[in-house]
Write a protein that binds this ligand. Structure first.
Ligand SMILES: Cc1cc2nc3c(=O)[nH]c(=O)nc-3n(C[C@H](O)[C@H](O)[C@H](O)COP(=O)(O)OP(=O)(O)OC[C@H]3O[C@@H](n4cnc5c(N)ncnc54)[C@H](O)[C@@H]3O)c2cc1C
Length: 309
């Protein structure tokens, strides 16, 4: 089953570098790696599946969309020491008190700012035009996941979208510098398609419809700590506020690292939390090292506002 799906690195023709040619076909993944076939499932659908499971699970959890966290304070005492100030969907400001809070509020995390966690980042940023298209083309591998590297015009990561019609292109743009950043981030869909056609030479795409387009700038980043206590370097206190997902780490848009790593953060949290609560019950001084073990407390408040196409 797995051998049916192939990844095709395509690169400049040795005898004519301005044109790309098929390089190799690789099994993706090799059939001995897993009994499961590899699938492409878009993020909106993944989020829907999780939301459905949460709603139908024993705790019957429904996500409240439209709440914006404005501020967060951790008080020194009290059963509910974390105070979160937020605005609801009607624009009314409200306050809740919680035992624990986990900020899953993305790369520009407000929760992370409120607990003074700094972020280390790789100084080199990459910019990509991400575009879902319906197109006529003579590029034969249009319905196969492919990496296409041109000699001078950059690269395309091509991912056929589910449904059998649309294809996603990640088109590499120039690396932004302070002087060029605004211009690069203003790249239009037409310019991205023009660049894609230069990369695909001698093939081309005749785009009939663009269903989604975005410019994505990414820097590899990692938060210096994943909870409020590690941030203050105070080993005595127990952490009350945690961050997970893009709030902790961001990656290149390619190779499916961001959402997958973020899901693993969530997956790791409950087990670690159960372990922590059992030990803490007998030893109140116990404090887990959350930089390596992250926790997802039962009473946590998750912050989520909207989905992504
Ligand atoms: C173009 C693109 C392509 C990608 N492709 C892939 C891929 O193929 N595979 C992969 O694994 N990953 C991919 N990623 C990365 C993936 O989308 C992220 O890593 C993942 O969404 C992180 O999840 P998260 O929940 O931590 O953050 P997010 O998905 O960013 O969710 C954060 C949520 O918090 C909300 N929020 C923000 N601030 C506040 C506030 N103050 N109050 C309340 N709510 C707030 C936001 O509205 C949002 O809903 C891609 C990303 C982009 C942009």
């Amino acid at each position: 089953m797995a051998d049916v799906l192939t990844h095709l690195p395509e690169g400049p023709k040795p005898d004519c570098p301005s044109e790309v040619a098929r390089g190799a076909r690789a099994a993706d993944p090799p059939s001995h790696v897993s009994e499961f076939p590899i699938l492409t499932v878009n993020q909106a659908r993944v989020i829907d599946y999780f939301a459905e499971c949460a709603a139908n699970g024993p705790a019957k959890i429904n996500v409240n969309y439209g709440f914006e966290v404005l501020d967060l304070t951790v008080h020194d005492s009290g059963e509910y020491p974390v105070e979160v100030h937020f605005m609801d969907e009607r624009g009314t400001e409200r306050t809740v008190r919680a035992k624990y809070v986990t900020g899953c509020d993305g790369a520009r995390s407000k929760v992370r700012d409120c607990i003074d966690v700094e972020v280390a980042s790789d100084p080199t940023a990459q910019a990509w035009a991400v575009i879902d298209i319906l197109a006529n083309t003579d590029f034969l591998d249009f319905r196969t996941r492919s990496g296409i590297q041109s000699d001078e015009d950059g690269s395309i990561l091509l991912i056929p979208r589910e449904g059998g019609f649309l294809t996603r292109f990640y088109v590499s743009l120039e690396s932004p510098t302070p002087e060029t950043r605004d211009r690069i981030l203003a790249t239009t869909a037409e310019e991205a398609i023009e660049r894609a056609n230069r990369i695909l030479n001698p093939y081309s795409v005749d785009v009939r419809e663009v269903t989604w387009f975005s410019i994505y700038e990414v820097r590899h980043t990692v938060a210096q700590s994943f909870d409020d206590v590690a941030a203050q370097k105070n080993p005595v206190l127990n952490p009350r506020v945690f961050i997970a997902g893009d709030a902790c780490h961001t990656h290149s848009a390619k190779a499916g690292q961001g959402m997958n790593d973020s899901i693993q953060d969530g997956w790791n949290l409950p087990g670690s939390w159960v372990k922590y609560s059992k030990v803490a019950a007998t030893n109140p001084c116990f404090r887990p090292i959350t930089t390596s073990v992250r926790m997802w407390p039962r009473n946590s408040l998750t912050t989520t506002k909207s989905g992504r196409p």
